[in-house]
Design a protein around this ligand. Structure first.
Ligand SMILES: [Zn+2]
Length: 339
């Protein structure tokens, strides 16, 4: 069976290790970020807490959202997010315009409700804003807006005859139909600022590495001091501990770094066909773990007591988020067959 490496974790939740809790299916890489490798390794409670406190903050990082938008990765809501959710306000000759970027990063004018005003020389003017793509709906909107206006108290107070009202509506609709679209160099006016929370990305990578090591080395890893440090770190996040140590401290305690050293770069490149931004991949060897998620990397130096260097052959967990395909491969097979 594809992806079946059994469950060497003794049938207990790998996080709380409570033997009486039934196991549920965990996405090693978050499914909202295109992950499709699933294993029964967590109890329901730990699974859902990791989802809320570690997966969700990771998936919501702008850099992950950007990857999701670019690669068309739908989340649980079956929707590709837009990483650019800011509403920009710019000054245009016709007044303030509100603009958002759509999923293809095109600026779209946000519709502004139509307003009717009466000029000093007694003309009625409808002002509204619509994106160019909605130009065809404008005449109809102008017509209904004015019809409603003439039924309102303000409209009635003008004391226009029905003839005059019809004439005004006809002229306004005609003007709206023939209006030239104003073209503004909008893109140059839009600026967004992003904050990338490295600790959220690090926490996700630590979760992934912890899960993979548990699957690969079972109790030998789970009973190690290193695994204890991972549990302490992950649990501190789940509990919202104010005393969660700094990234630097955590890195040292876990023997984990949030970079991939240049010497390992070619390995990632090889197993991601040179397109690491499209992959979640974890490569496990007897001495360490390399993890790259959508191009963001981390490494773990594995405690020497965990794996037997002479017998452990190594494994690759790989998921192409664009195609949705995933596999767990033995390294000695040179990326050939599934285990
Ligand atoms: Zn649990």
């Amino acid at each position: 069976m594809a992806n079946d490496i059994g469950n060497p974790t003794g049938g207990h939740c790998i996080l709380c290790r409570n033997p009486s809790r039934e196991l549920t299916e965990e996405h090693i890489f978050p499914d909202a970020a295109g992950g499709s490798i699933k294993k029964f390794i967590l109890c329901k409670r730990c699974n859902s807490r990791l989802g809320t406190k570690i997966d969700a903050p990771y998936v919501n990082q702008p850099i992950v959202q950007l990857a999701r938008a670019a690669l068309g990765i739908k989340g649980r809501a079956k929707r590709v997010p837009s990483p650019f959710s800011t509403v920009h306000e710019i000054d245009a000759p016709i007044g303030k315009l509100q603009i958002k970027l759509d999923s293809q990063f095109r600026p779209v004018v946000q519709p502004r409700a139509p307003e009717v005003s009466v000029t000093e020389d007694g003309k009625v003017v409808v002002s509204l804003s619509r994106d160019l793509s909605q130009k065809n709906s404008v005449p109809k909107t102008v017509r209904t807006t004015l019809q409603r206006f003439f039924r309102s108290t303000l409209g009635k107070s003008l004391n226009w005859t029905e003839q005059e009202q019809k004439q005004a509506i006809r002229e306004a609709v005609e003007a709206a139909t023939n209006a030239d679209a104003e073209s503004l160099p909008v893109a140059e006016m839009l600026h967004e600022q992003w904050t990338i929370e490295l600790d959220k990305i690090f926490a996700e990578q630590a979760k992934v590495i912890y899960e993979v090591c548990s699957l690969e080395f079972g109790d030998k890893f789970l009973n190690s001091a290193q695994a204890g440090e991972f549990r302490a770190y992950l649990t501190s996040i789940l509990n919202d501990d104010a005393a969660t140590p700094s990234l630097e401290d955590v890195s040292r305690r876990l023997s984990m770094a949030n970079v991939i050293p240049p010497s390992l770069d070619p390995v990632i490149k090889l197993f991601t066909d040179g397109e690491r931004h499209k992959y979640h991949i974890v490569i496990v060897t007897a001495s360490g773990v390399v993890c790259s998620m959508l191009g963001m990397g981390a490494t773990l130096a594995l405690d020497s007591s965990v794996a037997d260097i002479n017998t452990y052959i190594g494994r690759i967990y790989r998921c192409n988020v664009e195609t949705g395909s995933s596999e767990i491969l033995g390294i000695e097979e040179h990326g050939g067959n599934e285990v």
